[in-house]
Write a protein that binds this ligand. Structure first.
Ligand SMILES: [Zn+2]
Length: 68
């Protein structure tokens, strides 16, 4: 399989690098709020940039709050 976010080879839906960032985001926004999102794929490009060090977790959280 390839990572749904960055396209890297992985055994699961996300590679370890993107999964770590997603975990951090979920931890920060809370499972409840995360689960209430219809579609989280709009943050994937931001997660990809965070994996490259171009964005911080904070930047993503802030962008998510704007979306609400
Ligand atoms: Zn990835």
């Amino acid at each position: 399989m390839s990572c749904a976010i960055c396209g890297a080879e992985t055994d699961s839906e996300y590679c370890k690098k993107c999964e770590k960032i997603l975990d951090e985001i979920i931890h920060r926004v809370g499972e409840e709020r995360w689960g209430a999102m219809d579609d989280c794929s709009y943050i994937y490009p931001m997660v990809k940039r965070a994996a490259k060090g171009e964005l911080s977790i904070n930047d993503i959280i802030n962008a998510m709050e704007v979306e609400d």
